[in-house]
Design a protein around this ligand. Structure first.
Ligand code: BGP
Length: 462
């Protein structure tokens, strides 16, 4: 069969998930409380239709059948996260044997089905007890994260070769400490930058531990949501706005992760506003010596910016947004359910930037996807005809293919997500899966895109 877009051999086809969003069983199997369980118990009104994280998509009980479904649609790789509060309730001390059994068995099932497990250690789900002592603001929690990582290497490193420290470490910073969309709902830039800084120290500590552990054939990485910043125009003021947005939202994590240092201009601007985090002298060398092997890129939307229309309120809390305004480009293509622009070429621009400025580090698209509301409308002949998702994926794959043709080191493509899952505030509002999940019965049904991706993965292209 002649294919227009053929991907390199051994390309990773699969999908990504996270513990809190799919496992359910939040109060089962000895799991401790995490910030999501806690926040929902206090403020259920913050979550769409007041649906909380207690049962989500029931992967905890249905993983065996789900893994068969993954295999059936051509997955050769699958990303999940370990729930810290399930493995080590309270975040420190004893390991929970039920959790070890669950994760062991799930990993074994994946391997049995020739699906390589990609294991992520942290996906927004801080154990409640550790948040109570300051979460990543507290250096003690960084040490505990390192201990937790070490425990995971010991328990699963004989079989798992692809490791990730964090998924989108900027999101708990933005949500929890700047813009009020994650617990602990603090609005304080200095504390936000402290958490961001400390998270990258935790990343380096976990990587150092990984190197000590020497997992044969193992690679460790981080997953970042990279949002290319496009200026409204070539006017110097617009260009400056886009550089600042890029500095705050991309380079702040990309540079320390890949190059081992924070950008000088970020340090300068934080100093200017009196927002510099505190640090320890040994941090600099630790960061430099412990960079990632592999980069996961989550890409959903671009960031379009322009120079500010008005001066920021000098009495308001400092925000990165003091340097730019968001720009709504006329004629932009939107996913109106999620409120995110769809711009397929963004994937290409990210990869070219990595090639030119970040040593062409090994990477893959670790999340990309389209959340759509009320997908039941599209049921015909018993299945959701999600042609919009197919064209969304195709559009992105074409640009990914182009980047690879031009020498970018991209190894794979994972959709968010395998099945519909619980999202942080939106709960089950927007659906992302190749499989739909009936909220009452938890029954899974393949959407049209599941049949489509099966062919694409089998042919290694389309
Ligand atoms: C990414 C997260 C995922 C997932 C996805 C979709 O930022 O890593 O956890 O949730 O976005 O976003 P949402 O669920 O908010 O629609």
């Amino acid at each position: 069969m002649s294919l227009q877009y053929k991907f390199p051999e051994d390309f990773w086809w699969g999908s990504a998930t996270s513990a809190t969003q799919i496992e359910g069983a939040a109060c089962e199997g000895g799991k401790g409380e995490n910030i999501w369980d806690y926040w929902y118990s206090k403020e259920p009104n913050r979550f769409f239709d007041e649906v909380g994280p207690e049962t989500t998509s029931d992967f905890y009980h249905q993983y065996k059948e789900d893994i068969i479904r993954m295999k059936d649609i051509g997955h050769n790789t699958f990303r999940f996260s370990i729930s810290w509060s399930r493995l080590i309730p309270g975040g420190e001390g004893q390991v929970n044997q039920h959790a070890v059994n669950f994760y062991n068995d799930m990993i074994n099932e994946l391997l049995k089905n020739n699906i390589e497990p990609f294991l992520n250690l942290f996906h927004f789900d801080m154990p409640k007890e550790l948040q109570d002592i300051g979460g990543f603001e507290n250096r003690k929690v960084l040490e505990l994260f390192k201990d937790y990582a070490k425990k995971c290497y010991e328990l699963f490193g004989d079989r798992v070769k692809k490791w990730f420290t964090f998924n989108e470490p900027i999101v708990p910073v933005e949500g929890g400490y700047l813009y009020d969309f994650h617990y602990p709902n603090i609005v304080d830039a200095r504390r936000a930058f402290q958490v961001g800084y400390n998270t990258m120290i935790a990343n380096a500590l976990a990587i150092r531990e990984f190197r000590n552990h020497s997992i044969e054939g193992g690679q460790i990485g981080i997953i970042l949501n990279l949002t290319p910043s496009y200026p409204r125009s070539q006017n110097p003021a617009d260009l400056e706005a886009s550089q600042m947005a890029d500095l705050f939202f991309n380079r702040s994590f990309l540079d320390p992760a890949v190059l081992g240092e924070f950008p000088e201009d970020l340090i300068e601007v934080l100093k200017k506003h009196g927002q510099l985090p505190t640090f320890e002298l040994a941090d600099k060398a630790l960061l430099k010596e412990n960079t990632v092997d592999l980069l996961g890129i989550n890409y959903y939307q671009p960031r379009r910016v322009k120079a500010k229309e008005h001066l920021p309120n000098p009495y308001g809390p400092f925000m990165p947004d003091w340097y730019f305004d968001n720009y709504e480009m006329p004629g932009r293509k939107m996913n109106k359910y999620r409120g995110w622009e769809i711009y397929e070429k963004g994937i290409y621009d990210i990869l070219i930037n990595l090639k030119d400025n970040y040593g062409n580090i090994d990477s893959f698209i670790s999340e990309n996807g389209m959340g759509v509301q009320d997908e039941g409308r599209f049921i015909e002949n018993g299945k959701i005809q999600d042609d919009y998702r197919i064209s969304f994926i195709e559009g992105h794959l074409k640009w990914l293919h182009q980047a690879i043709e031009e020498g970018c080191n991209s190894k794979g493509y994972h959709l968010w997500s395998f099945m519909d899952n619980w999202s942080w505030l939106n709960a089950y509002k927007n659906r992302y899966g190749f499989f739909s999940v009936d909220l009452k019965t938890k029954k899974r049904t393949a959407k049209k895109s599941a049949y489509w991706i099966k062919e694409v993965s089998k042919n290694n292209g389309f």
